[in-house]
Design a binder for this molecule. Structure first.
Ligand SMILES: Nc1ncnc2c1ncn2[C@@H]1O[C@H](COP(=O)(O)OP(=O)(O)O)[C@@H](O)[C@H]1O
Ligand SMILES: [Mg+2]
Length: 221
């Protein structure tokens, strides 16, 4: 992970957007690497309400530097920029400074494509990702329950450095069924175990990570 000059990337399309980040597809002109370029959602930037997202980005970068780089269960962060006005690169006129993060493009398919499901109350975690989670045919060459196990492996790596990744919703997970390999593409909801918990709740611990997995990746008997 290093400071990058966005000029080396050519935007080729739009990958998606969540509550916090607007994500473009781009290609590295020097190496041909396919990347995802993330910035705070323009609606927040234009109202100068992106400070909380910027703080989140700082935390993501710090945790990546401490532990994230050591696992292939999240998309590698290639680089980041200093806070600056990036209007020329993105082709808009926001006139406000923000930081941009460049990640490797995740392979595979998201376990769930539409982030609006969260707001519409669609029961995610059952229908849409039932087959990757509980395949009818289980090739003997692949380990059982790959998604659950890799999520636990990822939490274990972060926990050893005093972090936990929350928000394991299926929109944030890309999966390659043929390889049984998952990649978490959004580590924005990070907690440091030694940070003060939000007022009125007990300190975060391993149970909060397990709860995320139960919430999204188990079905009732
Ligand atoms: N590394 C990546 N590779 C491919 N698609 C990505 C990548 N990162 C993000 N995306 C797409 O952009 C969307 C929003 O990115 P995300 O980091 O989840 O933002 P938010 O924190 O706002 O939810 C994702 O749901 C996904 O579709
Ligand atoms: Mg997300």
């Amino acid at each position: 992970m290093e400071k990058v000059d966005l000029e080396r990337y050519e935007i080729t399309g739009r990958l998606g957007s969540g509550a916090d980040y607007d994500v473009k597809a781009a290609t590295d002109r020097e190496t041909g690497l396919q990347v995802a370029i993330k910035r705070p959602v323009p609606q927040a930037i234009s109202r100068n309400q992106h400070q909380a997202i910027e703080a989140r980005t700082e935390k993501i970068l710090q945790a990546y530097d401490e532990v994230g780089f050591s696992t292939d269960l999240i998309s590698p962060i290639v680089g980041y920029t200093e806070p600056a006005v990036h209007d020329a690169f993105f082709g808009d006129e926001l006139g406000t400074e923000y930081r941009v993060v460049v990640e490797a493009r995740a392979s595979g398919i998201p376990l769930l494509g539409d982030m609006m499901s969260k707001f519409k109350g669609v029961p995610i975690g059952v229908g849409q990702n039932l087959f990757p989670l509980f395949p009818l045919v289980k090739p003997g060459s692949l380990p059982p329950h790959p998604i659950h196990n890799q999520l636990l492996d990822l939490e274990e790596v972060y926990l050893k450095s005093g972090y936990m990744i929350l928000d394991l919703r299926p929109q944030n997970i890309f999966y390659q069924p043929g390889l049984a390999q998952m990649t978490v593409i959004d580590t924005g909801a990070l907690v440091r175990l030694d940070d003060d918990p939000p007022r009125g709740r007990p300190p975060f611990d391993i149970n909060d990570a397990c709860l995320e997995i139960i919430k999204f990746y188990t079905t009732p008997e």
